[in-house]
Design a protein around this ligand. Structure first.
Ligand code: NAI
Ligand code: MG
Length: 354
């Protein structure tokens, strides 16, 4: 009986995580759910995520995470608050030094070094896209090491050979394994970032030499962005550093219908794995019933795959496709259905497929 930890978080996370849990329960009735708290709202109420959250993630077979809200710098424009239904939280002054995005904290704590972001077309008439972006999840420009002295602000871009090698190896082994015949594209900017991306590139190419049967190429990140738009079908697996992977996977999400449909997985060497839609807390639509649950539903399918429940995962994916083909879609996909309409349709198709 697998135990799944649910962390809904803030904003639309509260809407899409229960939707995905319903679909998982329909596909795998033996699943048991526990819930845990994290996010900005939890921080405001409790001063931070309680220790039980880490314990729940640690002891679950897998975790489904929604999204959390992080205050950004820069106060909202005067008057803008009244026009936005769910504005960004105001910037506390001074900003609490201890708030850090919980998903970053989870990735760091459990060393979930690989962020797998598949992008596959599901919309009728969309160009054929079926690619996997594998993003290094623990270092790069997300090192958390930023400083400012007067007029100069510096972010440290940390790249290690160890982390680069293990992400490059990850795509040859385990769930994210490049399918036979797939081409791996190493994406970097080593022409400018000669030392940091030089090391990333060197490490990835060294791993590639151990797998002569997998076609490997390299590409500068700007060219990769251009080719993703012009001919996304030419890519199978992209492996890249943290920030480039974040940006390119949002771009890829745009090609398959937007952030609302993009799933992801955070995995490491250990048993802990955290699955989450790529999108954030979407404060502009939170509470309106317009959130697309598909990114979370497909993250649930990745979670089922991780549990070894491939048949249940396929049922969820097929049910999502059937629902989209029937035109039951939220407004971001041009439809008029609500989060719960889409969820109900998906759960029905999952049950019918048994
Ligand atoms: P966002 O992903 O929340 O929203 C970007 C746009 O996509 C918005 O127009 C939103 O309405 C739309 N969108 C997002 N999810 C959708 C869904 N399920 N269905 C339909 N439309 C959807 O990104 P944004 O606005 O940059 O950030 C909002 C907050 O989310 C910020 O506080 C940010 O820090 C946080 N965030 C959290 C992430 C996480 O928890 N992993 C990831 C990205 C952002
Ligand atoms: Mg997310």
């Amino acid at each position: 009986m697998p135990t799944i930890c649910l962390i809904a978080g803030d904003g639309v996370g509260q809407e899409v995580v229960p939707a995905a849990a319903d679909a998982i329960a329909s596909a795998l009735p033996s699943a048991r759910f526990v819930t845990a708290e994290a996010g900005w709202d939890c921080f405001v109420r409790r001063g931070g995520a309680p220790p039980e959250t880490l314990a729940a993630v640690q002891s679950a077979h897998a975790t489904l995470f929604g999204a959390t809200q992080s205050p950004t710098t820069g106060a909202p424009a005067p008057g803008s608050q009244s026009q936005v239904p769910n504005p960004q939280p105001p910037i506390p002054s001074p900003q609490p030094p201890t708030y850090r995005s919980p998903i970053l904290a989870l990735r760091r704590h459990f060393d979930l070094y690989a962020n797998l972001r598949p992008a596959k077309s599901i919309l009728p008439g969309a160009p054929p896209i079926d690619l996997l972006i594998v993003r290094e999840n623990t270092e790069g420009l997300y090192s958390g090491q930023e400083s400012r002295t007067g007029d100069t602000a510096i972010a440290e871009r940390v790249i290690t050979g160890k982390a680069s090698e293990r992400i490059a190896r990850r795509i040859r082994t385990g769930a994210a394994r490049a399918q036979p015949g797939a081409r791996v594209t190493i994406v970097h900017k080593a022409n400018v970032l000669k030392i940091t991306d030089g090391l990333f590139r060197e490490s990835c190419l060294a791993v590639a030499r151990d797998y002569p049967d997998v076609e490997t190429e390299e590409m500068l990140v700007g060219a990769a962005a251009m080719w993703l738009v012009r001919d996304p079908g030419r890519f199978d697996v992209i492996v890249t550093t943290n920030l480039f992977g974040d940006i390119l996977s949002d771009l890829a999400a745009g090609l398959i219908g937007g952030l609302g449909v993009a799933p992801s997985a955070n995995v490491g060497a250990g048993p802990v794995a955290v699955f989450e839609p790529v999108h954030g807390s979407a404060p502009d639509i939170a509470g309106t019933g317009a959130a697309n649950p598909i990114g979370a539903l497909l993250s649930g399918a990745l979670l089922l795959d991780h549990l070894g429940e491939a048949a249940a995962a396929s049922r969820v994916r097929a049910a999502v496709q059937q629902t989209v083909d029937d035109g039951v879609c939220t407004p971001d996909l041009g439809g008029r259905a609500s989060t719960s309409d889409v969820t109900a349709a998906v759960c029905r198709h999952v049950r019918e497929a048994k």
